[in-house]
Ligand binder design. Sequence first.
Ligand SMILES: [Zn+2]
Length: 475
Amino acid sequence: MTGERTALIGGLVFDPVEPDLAACETRTVVVSDGRIEAILQPDVPVPGDAITVDARGLLITPGFVNAHTHSPLAPLRGTADRLDHVGFMWRNQADTTGRSADDIAAVTRLAAATHLLAGTTTVIDHFPEQLPTLDAVAAAVGAYRDIGLRAVIALRVFDRPYDDIETPAARAILAAVGNPLEPRPAADILSFLEEAIEAFHDPGAGIAIWPGPSNPLRCSDDLLVGCADIAARHDTGLHAHLLETAVQRTLSLERTGVGGVAHLAALGILDARWSFAHAVWVDDADIDLLGHSRAVAVHNPQSNSKLGVGVMPLVAMRQAGVAIALGTDGASTNDTQSMQEAAALAAMLPRIRGEPREQWPDASNLFGAATAVGGRAVSTAWPTGRLLPGYAADLTLRSLTCPELSPLNDAAQQLVFADRGGSLRHVMVGGRWVMRDGALTGADLQELLRDAVMAIERQDAGLAALRALSSSGSG
Ligand SMILES: [Zn+2]
C-alpha cells in the first residue's frame, strides 16, 4: 500500500508460530511496498534508504485476523443480555433493517475503528444482516478504505427462509410488519454476487468481496454450488455460519439426511476455500470431513456463551486436525470485539468442560489461531497473520512498560490472559500507520461516534415489534 521502506529498530519481535520468533528477542523489521521485507538480527545494518523508527520498549506482533464478525452490529453493544439465538436474531433485524447508505458507512466506520483499536488488522465481515445491495456494499467498502482496515466482505446471501428462527411467535409478528429476511431467487443472487465482485473486489487495496452464504440451511443447493463456482472462478474464499444451534442441526438432518458438513461434501464443494463460523453442533463425521477438507472452522466462544447455544468441541476438532481460527461475532453478542478476550475464553472452555489437561490448547496455540490460522482463512485475499518476509506488514506495536506486559514473563500468556488492548500503541496495515500513539490516523474518533449515534437514531421504527421476541425468547 506504500512504496516507502521502513525499518522498525530495537523492538522485541514475537510470533509463537515462527520458531525463530517464539522467544521474543530483539530484531529489526524491514517493511517495503506494504510487505515485510526482512526480519534482521539487531547487528545487521538496515538498508540505507529506510526510514528508521525507534521501536525500543515495544513488542511487535502480527495484527489479529478476526475471522468472523458483522459490521452492521457495531453500534449494538449492550443490546443482547440474556437473549437466546432467536431473540437475538430478530432484535438485530429490528435494529439494522432499512439503513441508508450514509448510515451503513457510519456504522462500518465505527466497526473498522473498533477493530483497529483492538489490534485487529483484517476482518471477515459477514455482511449485511439482510440481503445486500450494491449501494450497501459501496458504503461499506468506502468506510473500510477511510479507516484503513483490511476487510473481507463476505456477502451474506440466502434464497430460502430462515426456518431456524421463524418460530410461531416470530411469524405472527412478521405477518404484520413484513419479513426483512424474505428470500430472493438463486439466479438473482448469483448475478448480484458477480456484479459486486466485478465492482469492488480489490485485494491489492485491502478489500476482498466473497460469497458468504448465510448458512447452508438457508440456501438451496443451486445457490451453494453457484457460490462455490463464483469463488473458484474469481479465486475468492467462501464464508458461512454453520451448525450454530441445536435447531440448525435438527433441520439439517431433516432436510438432507446428513449433517451440514456432509451435505456440502456430497455437493462436491467442501474444500479449503471455506471458513465456517461456530461449528458448535458438529458430530464426529462432520469433524472428520472438516479435517480432511482443510476448511477453517472459526471459533466464536463469547457469542456462543452469551447466547447459550453450546460450546464448539474444540479439543476433538484440534485432535482431528481441523484448522481453528478465532472470531468475535458481532458486537451485540461480543461487546468488546477483542480477539484477546476470544483467545482467553477459547483457552478456558475446554478446561471448564473437563477435557484432559494435556489436550488443552495453550496461550501460544490460541495466539496462533488469532493470527496465523485466521490468515490462512483469508489467504486467497492477502498473506497476513505471520511475521515472515513476503507477508503483509500488518503489525501491532505494544508498550512493554504497561501493567499487562511488565514484567514480561511470557508474551503469549500475557497477550492472551492479561492484556485486553491496554498495551497497544501503534498499528500498521500494509506498511501504513493506521494508529499512532493510540489514535486513529484515518478518522476522528469523536466524529465517527457522533455519526454512528445519528445512524442509530434514524433507525426505522417499523420493525420495533420484533424486539418483543427478545423478551419472549424462542417460544
Ligand atoms: Zn455471525
